[in-house]
Design a protein around this ligand. Structure first.
Ligand SMILES: [Zn+2]
Length: 344
């Protein structure tokens, strides 16, 4: 969301929750004090009637306002540039870089730079470098810059939980999800189940799509550049495991590999979903809290809905805080039936 597409109400809501992800996207001017701030400024919140929103510091200054000394709104761009420069340096350096070296490149003091970097990425520079090395070691990076992209996609949120859970079975390389599945061969089948026709599709790494009431066309839309092969001997074994897991939840499905790709935030949500035991449910708020973003309840709901592998990433185990079922991509009867089976 950029300032141009945001309503004043949305800007106000961002400001109310002091959402750091919007720092640099717009400026809050307070007419009574003559000061302008980042949306996340920790200063006492002014009355709404006294607030005006501006695209940037220049616009706010043109309206006669001065920058806040506490949140330094004009430094946002400088902070972003410093973080990006440091990420680039970490990514391209063969050796671990000392905090003092990184800070020196940006012109910040080491302590200040550490604070700025951590605020933007959720990790200290050292932890970021470590996580990056680990990911590379596992060939988890499908392309250079993926970590930066993921962090920025996630609205500068901290992927620390995401890194904590890297041991899981969830495929992170996800060849099929890059470039519409270019170079990937995807085996697929539609099988009748007690929940209706179920589409199962898999790359060599794992199940990349599980859905209901879909066929080849839906797959072509998702993976326009992949080679789609119906059936296949090796795939048949995986397919049987999937059908068994769906029909008999007591069998569990931790052993079934999946191949998915999302933003760091989406993947963090999907990992949390995989941790919900069969027979239990969580609320969207609980999932948001579990990934370390307690205020991102709606974003957690969207990540839940963006799940491509139904059942095996059990998004059906997330319900509303009031206990009502909430939504489900394939209709509430299927969600209800899945939960009923698992409760047995
Ligand atoms: Zn301020």
């Amino acid at each position: 969301m950029s300032f141009e597409t945001m309503t004043d109400d949305q800007c106000w809501a961002v400001m109310q929750r002091r959402d750091k992800a919007f720092d640099g996207r717009f400026i809050v001017g307070v007419l009574t004090t003559g000061i302008y701030c980042r949306p996340s400024c920790a200063a006492r919140q002014p009355l709404r009637a006294n607030v005006r929103f501006f695209r940037d510091g220049a616009d706010a200054r043109a309206a006669g306002l001065r920058p806040c000394k506490r949140c330094l709104p004009d430094d946002v761009g400088r902070d972003e540039a410093a973080v990006l420069a440091a990420i680039k340096a970490i990514q391209t350096s063969e050796e671990p870089l000392a905090l003092a070296d990184l800070a020196a490149r940006t012109g910040y003091s080491p302590t200040h730079f550490q604070r700025v970097f951590t605020r933007h990425t959720g990790l200290s520079p050292a932890a970021y470098a470590r996580a990056l090395r680990e990911e590379r070691a596992r060939e988890a990076l499908s392309e250079a810059g993926r970590v930066t992209d993921a962090i920025y996609d996630a609205g500068f949120s901290g992927p620390s939980r995401f890194y904590e859970n890297m041991e899981g079975r969830m495929g992170m390389t996800a060849s099929a999800w890059a470039n519409g599945g270019k170079g990937a061969t995807i085996h697929w089948a539609v099988v009748p189940t007690s929940l209706g026709d179920m589409l199962v599709a898999a790359t060599g790494k794992g199940v990349c799509r599980l859905s209901f009431a879909e066929g080849r066309e839906a797959l072509e839309e998702r993976f326009p550049a992949a080679e789609l092969v119906e059936g296949g001997a090796e795939f048949a074994g995986l397919l049987k495991q999937v059908v068994d897991a769906v029909e008999t939840p007591a069998l569990g499905f931790d052993h079934i590999p999946i191949d998915v790709k999302g933003t760091a935030f989406q993947e963090a949500v999907w990992r949390e979903l995989r941790k919900i035991p069969a027979g239990e449910t969580r609320s969207y708020a609980e999932i948001a809290a579990a990934v370390g973003k307690p205020k991102a309840v709606r974003a957690a709901g969207s990540a839940n809905g963006a799940n491509n592998v139904a059942v095996l990433i059990p998004c059906h185990r997330v319900v509303r805080s009031d206990g009502s079922l909430g939504g489900y991509a394939y209709g509430l009867p299927i969600k209800e039936e899945l939960l009923k089976r698992e409760a047995r």
